[in-house]
Design a protein around this ligand. Structure first.
Ligand SMILES: O=C[C@H](O)COP(=O)(O)O
Length: 268
């Protein structure tokens, strides 16, 4: 059984004051789902410490938006996985399309970052996805398989079973244009089939146990439909995670879509 997970990626947004206000409003809404689904927020690096304190013992986890491939040393501007672990992070995103497109992170670099995150016991959330041009030229499967293969080559397939894959079509990120349920389903199934093909002897284990979440313009209005898909194990939410009511509603949609009834949620 794959436990559903919802991750809010704040990207480069927030301030001490805004973070506090957001947490005060959203935490009571998220806490009721904390045992049924995994929940995490990924603030910018400078706010990790503040948000860790605000999360306290709510059971909602902290994540980072990236992590260095290096352990320590002369790497100006980088933040190591060990530092993130020390700050209380449980998760770290790697290979977000904005990192790939705007900061030139290659499949190999993303794979090295994945290894570094996993080596200190954090759960890597590997973001994969195609551009509109790639989709329109029927390259979606190829592009995503190359992104996954680079990580398999770096850490091995078995190690990926404990990580999370986030499918984020680049053309759906921050655009308001969500992939259709059919498109999401097709890619999630394709990822599972790819894992199964990569290790036939362990196919059942990995292709069926790895968590694959969807990201790209998920909102309160479309979350339930997307999260109801059999191969979708949750969401990576950008813009909507900055709005307490909307993020709370998305968490409720995930719990409901996963068959968790309201009465089973905590109300304290
Ligand atoms: O990390 C989150 C994704 O990039 C989705 O962002 P979005 O929900 O603003 O489209």
């Amino acid at each position: 059984m794959r436990k559903p997970i919802l991750i809010g990626n704040w990207k480069m947004n927030g301030s001490l004051q805004a973070n506090q206000a957001l947490m005060v409003r959203v935490l009571p809404r998220l806490r009721m789902f904390r045992k049924s689904i995994d929940l995490a927020v990924c603030p910018p690096f400078p706010y990790l410490f503040q948000v860790r304190d605000l999360l306290g013992y709510t059971g909602i986890m902290l994540g980072a938006q990236n992590a260095s491939a290096f352990v320590s040393g002369a790497y100006t501007g980088e933040v190591s996985a060990t530092m993130l672990q020390e700050m209380g992070c449980r998760y770290a995103l790697v290979g977000h399309s904005e990192r790939r497109a705007l900061f030139g992170e290659s499949n190999q670099e993303v794979a090295a970052r994945y290894r570094s995150v996993q080596s200190v016991g954090l759960t890597p959330v590997l973001c994969v996805g195609e551009t509109l041009e790639e989709r329109e030229s029927d390259q979606t499967a190829l592009v995503i398989e190359q992104q996954l293969q680079a990580v398999i080559d770096e850490v091995g397939l078995t190690a990926m079973a404990s990580g999370i894959v986030a499918y984020e079509p680049v053309w759906a990120i921050g655009t308001g244009r969500t992939a259709t349920p059919e498109q999401v389903s097709a890619v999630h199934q394709q990822i599972r089939r790819f894992f199964a093909r990569s290790a036939p002897e362990a196919a059942e284990d990995i292709s069926q146990t790895v968590r694959i979440i969807y990201g790209g313009s998920v909102k309160a209005g479309n979350a339930y439909e997307l999260f109801s898909l059999a191969d979708v194990d949750g969401g990576l939410i950008g813009g909507a995670s900055l709005h307490a009511d909307e993020f709370g509603t998305i968490a409720g949609a995930l719990a409901e879509a996963s068959g968790i009834l309201e009465g089973e949620c905590e109300t304290d």
